[in-house]
Design a protein around this ligand. Structure first.
Ligand SMILES: C[S@@+](CC[C@H](N)C(=O)[O-])C[C@H]1O[C@@H](n2cnc3c(N)ncnc32)[C@H](O)[C@@H]1O
Length: 260
């Protein structure tokens, strides 16, 4: 699909640090797509909606405790300045973990409005009043939601039609199916005494595909038991079971044997 055939996917980011955008999203794939009109980004300075002469946006938490909390009234005024039919996402370590399926879901819509917290976070009433979806990018605490917003947007934008060429196809990468991706190799075929798995040099496409499948299964089993358990337990036809690797079949037999 050419750039002209794509719709404009619009992202608005509510932040105290609009100068952090587009940042890395202005470069490479995402930057080219933005320049080509596939998507657009506006960063909204929350402080512009402050109502006092000090332009304050935060206050101390009710009930005491360390840190400051972003005020509900100021955050909501900032939201109203961009509000439309787009979904709202508040980036917070308390949110549901962000996944590739989420990225696909948001890309299917008109865009997104992202809210970046700072300090201790955002007054809960602002989140509840507009039913912001709460999403975390991982089990660690960042200083603010801006880096999380960049991660979120990068994962979405690369899936927009026309952004990735055939060379960067998303079809086989990790999380596009049920498994992590197999390892990659390129020239030189020998580097610091390390060779390349012989099958990749064989020209036998069937053997290459089988090797990659086996590697993807091995890596997923070793590194992500949660994904592996889902993979071996997935419902499959008799034919599909016959086609899959011995490795995965053994695992599903073992799983069925140990299932309660
Ligand atoms: C210092 S953090 C606040 C942490 C909060 N007091 C807590 O313990 O949950 C400030 C802001 O950074 C953002 N943030 C931090 N870690 C994040 C994560 N893992 N995913 C998404 N956003 C995050 C959120 O917007 C948060 O409001």
């Amino acid at each position: 699909m050419s750039v002209n055939q794509t719709r404009n996917w619009r992202a608005s980011v509510l932040t105290l640090f609009p100068e952090m955008f587009p940042g890395p999203l202005g470069l490479s794939l995402a930057g080219r797509a933005m320049a080509g009109g596939v998507w657009s980004l506006d960063a909204v300075q929350i402080r512009d909606f402050a109502t006092d002469k000090h332009r304050s946006v935060d206050d101390t938490p009710f009930g005491g405790g360390a840190g400051m909390v972003l005020r509900a009234d100021i955050v909501d005024l900032a939201y109203v300045s961009v509000a439309d039919e787009r979904p709202r996402v508040f980036l917070t370590p308390r949110g549901r973990p962000f996944t590739q399926a989420d990225a696909r879901r948001f890309v299917a819509g008109p865009g997104v409005v992202l809210l970046c917290g700072r300090y201790e976070g955002v007054d809960q009433r602002a989140i509840e009043a507009r039913d912001w979806e709460e999403i975390s990018i991982g089990d660690y605490v960042l200083s603010g939601g801006e880096l999380a917003a960049l991660v979120f947007l990068d994962a979405c934008v690369r899936l927009l039609p026309g952004v990735m060429g055939a060379a960067e196809s998303a079809e086989e990468e990790s999380f596009s199916g049920e498994l992590l991706e197999y390892p990659h190799y390129t020239r030189p075929a020998e580097w610091q005494g390390r060779g390349v798995p012989g099958v990749l040099l064989s020209g036998d496409h069937g053997a290459v595909a089988a090797w990659r499948q086996l590697q993807a299964e091995k890596i997923t089993r070793e590194r992500r038991p949660d994904l592996w358990a889902r993979y071996v337990a997935r419902p499959r036809s008799k034919e599909a079971r016959a086609e899959q690797t011995v490795f995965a079949n053994q695992a599903s037999v073992a799983t069925r044997a140990t299932a309660p």
